[in-house]
Every structure is written in C-alpha cells, then in structure tokens.
Design a protein around this ligand. Structure first.
Ligand SMILES: Nc1ncnc2c1ncn2[C@@H]1O[C@H](COP(=O)(O)OP(=O)(O)OP(=O)(O)O)[C@@H](O)[C@H]1O
Ligand SMILES: [Mg+2]
Length: 323
C-alpha cells in the first residue's frame, strides 16, 4: 500500500471511523502511522477519547500511532493573512484595503473551504510525513479540488507569459535608457513571480504525490443517495487519471437469526435484502472492488469496537519498501 491513504465519501458515512480503524490496523501491524483528521466536529479526538491538535501527538494505548487534527477554517484564515502580508509589501496602502475586501468575499465562496483543505493536507504530506511509513487522511479530494491538480500546467503557462511580458517591457525600457542595467534586477527578485513559482512547485508536488504515492478509498452507506454519490466521486477521480483503489461499505444492517420472526426481525430482514441489492449494484456497476462490509454497531465505534472494525477492513497495511 502507498504511503498516503485517503478515505473519502459524503458527510457522515464513516470516513473518520474507517480512517481510525485502518490507522489502528497499520500501527498494529508495526507500520509507523499518522492519522490526520480534517473535520472539526466528530473527529479522531472522539474516537480515541483524547484531545489532539494541529501537531502530531501519540495515541495513548496504541503503539506506533500518532494523530493530529487540522481545522480548515483556521487554515483558511492563515492563508488569507499570508496573502495580506505579502500584498502589503507589493502594492500601495489604498489598494490593500480594496484587495482585502475582495479577499473577504472570496473567502465566502464555496470552493475556498475545499481549497484550504487541500492546501492543508498537501502541507501535512510535505512537512509532517517524514517520521511515518503511512499517513491516513479522513477525507479525500473531490471534484473541484481534483481540478486543482491541473494547476501546475496552468500556472506554468501563466508564469511563462508573465515573464515574457516583463522581459519585453524591460527591454523597451533599456532601449530608451541605454546602459542603465537597474531594471534587470527588478526581474530577478520579482515577488509576484516568485510567489507564483512557489505555488507552482506546491501543486507539482501535490500532483506527483497524489499520482504516485497515494491510494484513495471511498466510504459509502448502503442507501441509494450514497451509492449515487459514490458513482459521481469515482468519475471525478477517473477524469483526473486517478484511480479509486477500493470501496468500503459501512453501516450495514445486521441480519436477525433465522428462527426470529417478530416485527423487528421482519424489518431487519427486509432492510438487509434491500441493502444486498444496493451492494450488488456497487459490485457490478463500479470498477473499484468492495474491500469491506462493516455492520452497524449499536453504539459509537471506539475503544474495543475499533479493533473489531479494523479486523473487518480488507485493506493491506504493508509499506512499499517492506520485503
Ligand atoms: N459501523 C458503524 N456502526 C455504528 N456507528 C458507526 C459506524 N460507523 C460510523 N458510526 C458512527 O456514525 C457517526 C458518523 O461517523 P464518522 O464520524 O466516522 O463519519 P464521517 O464520514 O467522518 O462524518 P463527517 O462527514 O461528519 O466527517 C459517528 O457517530 C460514528 O461513531
Ligand atoms: Mg469525519
């Protein structure tokens, strides 16, 4: 299995639960593992009953497992602040306040949160992953975020065009003021171009890591909405030449015993039957294999239950360089 493993899926299907179970399974197999949660609500802190923050911290009672939580809202604010600071050195004070207004507005757009999330997990991949053999994320890039992976080419073209224009105007300037070499220095340390170049490198890293060093799984529930959504998500990956490695069906209804025939048992039997059809649809309709079928527990999946769920996950834990 690749170093970076992502569990995506729509809200509430069990991404955090399955990520923690898989991370537990990896650590249990002796793989040094970090599990990263990106949702501020139910998160790894709940699962392990221990408070985690934005730095990796060891999980009590599980050898070889660390956890951290990143809050995309914080990331977004930090990102905005960075842009503001960068700008104040580059443009006049009057423009800064106008740009600030624009930034605040863009902050509210639907893509902004996803973009911040993407930035946050790529930063973890780049800067925090060194001590680990495996990093598990309880989210995966979706539609609009996957499109960001096309950014390096786009930014590359843009930077080339900018450089060309910049050079042209400097050449003209030099023709007018013969022998004055000062403008060349402007080009060398151009802060705008430098910034773009850094962004380009960031997305290059992201694209490369996502393509060569990451495996994506989708978690789903056995209802029609979740199955449809999973189909769309798989397409999103395929469109970007990425492959979904497997599907995890979670919260399946447990069947009653054969000799039970009360109202409750009939209800369960009916539900199990419907879900069986949905899973058949998943097996036949989608290319990625179903790698786990996890039943609904009567209570939250933590503690002992987590190792039970971990045992049901048919997802390998070995590392690329393991023999
Ligand atoms: N197999 C299961 N049996 C019983 N409860 C489960 C199971 N899987 C998940 N849950 C519970 O369902 C809730 C949602 O699960 P979880 O938080 O893992 O989903 P999520 O996809 O991460 O949600 P979000 O999109 O909000 O981040 C939690 O309370 C969790 O304990
Ligand atoms: Mg979650």
């Amino acid at each position: 299995m690749e170093r970076f493993v992502f569990f995506g899926g729509k809200g509430g299907v069990g991404k955090t639960t399955v990520s923690c179970a898989y991370a537990y399974r990896c650590a249990d197999a002796g793989v040094r593992t970090l599990v990263v949660s990106t949702d501020p609500a139910h998160s790894v802190s709940d699962v392990f009953d221990q408070q985690f923050g934005d730095e990796p911290q060891s999980v009590a009672g599980v050898d070889g497992l660390d956890a951290m939580e990143i809050d995309p809202e914080d990331e977004m604010q930090r990102h905005l602040q960075e842009i503001r600071e960068g700008l104040s050195e580059q443009v006049s004070a009057a423009m800064v306040s106008e740009i600030n207004r624009q930034l605040e507005m863009s902050h509210g757009t639907p893509g902004a949160y996803e973009a911040a999330l993407f930035d946050a997990f790529v930063t973890v991949m780049r800067e925090e992953s060194d001590p680990y053999d495996r990093v598990v994320f309880d989210t995966a890039p979706t539609g609009s975020t996957l499109r960001l992976l096309g950014l390096p080419e786009f930014l590359g073209d843009w930077i080339d065009r900018l450089l060309y224009k910049r050079k042209q105007s400097i050449d003209l300037f030099e023709k007018a003021a013969i022998g004055d070499m000062e403008p060349r220095r402007l080009l060398d340390g151009d802060p705008v171009i430098e910034r773009l170049q850094r962004r380009k490198e960031f997305f290059e890293y992201a694209g490369d890591a996502m393509r060569n060093d990451a495996a994506f799984f989708l978690v789903l529930n056995p209802d029609q909405l979740s199955v449809n959504e999973t189909g769309r998500a798989i397409e999103g990956f395929t469109d970007r030449d990425l492959r979904v490695r497997g599907l995890v069906a979670n919260k399946l209804t447990p069947p009653p015993d054969d000799d039970e025939d009360g109202r409750g048992a009939r209800y369960l039997r009916d539900k199990v039957e419907t879900e069986r059809d949905r899973l058949e649809q998943v097996r036949e309709g989608f290319a990625p294999p179903l790698v786990a079928e996890i039943e609904s527990r009567t209570r939250e999946v933590r503690g002992e239950l987590l190792s039970d769920v971990a045992a049901e996950l048919n997802v390998e834990t070995s590392t690329p360089n393991a023999t």
